[in-house]
Design a protein around this ligand. Sequence first.
Ligand code: FAD
Length: 299
Amino acid sequence: LKAPLYADVAGDLDVSFEFFPPKTEKMEEQLWDAVRTLEPLGPSFVSVTYGAGGSTRERTHATVARIQRETSLAAAAHLTCVEATKAEIDQVAQGYWAAGVRHIVALRGDPPAAGAKFVSHPGGYENAAALVAGLKRLHPFEISVAAYPECHPDSPDMAADIDNLKAKFDAGATRAITQFFHEPETFFRYRDRIAAAGITAEIVPGIMPVTNFASVVRMSAMCGTDVPAWMARLFDGLEDHPAARQLIAATLAAELSRKLYAGGVKSLHFYTLNRAELAFAICHLLGVRSKPAAAVAAA
Ligand code: FAD
């Protein structure tokens, strides 16, 4: 695959950023530093995750509402079906609508106990597709959903997983954001299968910069993401070199991104882990530059 030089990736790449809700004052500062640093890049939206079992319900709401209120950014709220009735979830969604939030990332979620099988709440939404339909009945939200280039661990096979993705689009979702993956070919193969299934909606690659290899190996195992052998070799010996790992994380994520771009991808979603400089550096390598304040405000 012939990828353009960094300087050639310019102008037509849309980016979006994912944050998580802060737990402490120090984390709150770090989050707002990230938001303010990335805001001038004019992302198409930024999203805020929702903790397992709704554990961050208030914090997610407070963060999303503040971004919506105090910045020029379009904020999206993640929302899951876990351990809540339809009425409770609908109430959270109504709160978002009232706060001016028009974009929801609708997910099934995982059970609070790691490794347990998902069981829907007796009065709740049974999966993400049902949640999308429920949200659409409330208001004309813009809705993003999750997609899995290496198949969701609960799915019997890729065909069933793609049927499930199709059900989410049929229920009213407008875009899917993928689970992270480490090789561009993984995404391209998935994109071909999606297209063959007749899905035409946008599938945005989710990019996870790898700064802590051990934790990425753990997360990859949980979500069925393959970790290539070259990556283990690359991070070997860097355990005590956090600064070097940051530089390598930026390089790898930019490399993956520009290969995706060379393959026709025009939108990327970055899992920022609330780190401003890393996401900013990756975007800079991709030719995404600060926009004049007026353009950001008008977007
Ligand atoms: P669904 O699309 O509902 O389905 C998950 C799997 O179950 C699919 O493989 C599907 O085939 C199968 N399935 C669904 N319905 C049925 C059925 N009726 N019968 C049989 N099988 C069925 N988690 C959080 O807790 N908070 C977050 O903020 C969060 N953000 C995320 C953002 C992105 C971009 C991604 C990719 C994931 C995120 N997750 C988050 C993780 C997500 O909640 C888990 O991956 C969860 O296990 C599946 O959620 P889903 O929305 O994909 O579920």
